[in-house]
Design a protein around this ligand. Sequence first.
Ligand SMILES: *Cc1c(COP(=O)(O)O)cnc(C)c1O
Length: 439
Amino acid sequence: MQPAETFVPPRFTVYQHRQIDKIEALHQLPEHMRFEMKVVASVFPFRVNNFVIEELIDWDKVPNDPVFQLTFPQRGMLDDESYEQMAALHRTDPTAEQVMELAQQIRNKLNPHPAGQMEKNVPELDGERVEGIQHKYKETVLFFPAQGQYCHSYCTFCFRWAQFVGKATRFNNNDADLLHNYLREHKEVTDLLVTGGDPMVMRTVKLRGYLEKLKDPEFDHIRTIRIGTKSLTFWPFRYLTDPDAQDLLALIKELVDAGKHVSIMAHINHKQELRTAATREAIALLRKTGAQIRTQAPLLNNINTDPNMWAEMWKEQTQLGMIPYYMFIERDTGAKRYFELPLYKTWETFREAYKQVSGVSRTVRGPSMSAGPGKVEVSGVSEIAGEKVFVLRFIQARNPEWVQRPFFAKYDENATWLNDLKPAFGEEKFFWEDEYNAM
Ligand SMILES: *Cc1c(COP(=O)(O)O)cnc(C)c1O
């Protein structure tokens, strides 16, 4: 493995939706594809950096290249009616305001805030809503630092898409005291999960402001600090050559040395993302701090439906010192229509992949839906007393008592999400439904 010093720090260049024509690699594509991209990118957020364009996309495989699909807007992300409306507007040389207004109408139809996260997850402190914190599962607090509410590049399927186009209130907080006060008051919390956007777009000094204090004895109950990020594959120079890369690694090591379990929750959708020397070096340097790296990603139509790819990816991750953690099911928001798969397919794909890896990689759980009541795993498809059913269980739940109790839904080959499912065996409701509705 090359030492960090041998990496020439590339200049970070980023393209947003008004700059689609400036991306030279796109000039090899037919003109109509660029037009489609501009239309779709006026509804969904678009942002891609030079590293992803130059190192991670195989341009001779475009449009089928998985990382191209992962970062560039696709025609199929919009239904025909919405697409035609926006395309017609684009042909009239519209003002930015006109585009924005139509975009907002289309976005409102796309369930911008799924799983009740705005109403049900925001906690209170001294009678006030604590914006920028979500506390859904007893032991884990999610924190959305204000400076971390964007990413090095955006993923086309992202369930947080609405945050990046300024829909309603941007969900964030830049008040370190508020975070610390909340955690001080909540001794039942063992895990802090810093999320975004991507917290690793923040300068280290900011991150330090939030995290350093957790070394104090009054925060001994916070045992685990997780940081969710895509940077390991989309901008590995965050750990190699950015001006504050060394300080970032030092901060992580300090937290580890103070007795915290630090876990980098790396978002990796396709094994192709793991191929650069820079990413491999960043993984090695992070591992040297004593932090763990866990990996997670949703299963996405048009990007990563091949179970053999998943098996190979999990094996490679394990070999590189990472721990496969979650396979998610694409959430019911945004461009779901383009990325969704029937639930039975998600289970088949998971199973086909899982059966190929050794126990060391079977740390991965899934396929899992992050739904209103909790994280619901599709454990299988079975036939019980003559009825074909989905076997389901909560991996996490708003009420911990629901966890790990199998429950059953009627088999439905078209179902893609929890709310498509009906209880099996003639039951009227799932066992958790009354309690959930009362919450
Ligand atoms: C997934 C998730 C967590 C973490 O759950 P784990 O099973 O501990 O990984 C915490 N809060 C929310 C809102 C989540 O969606």
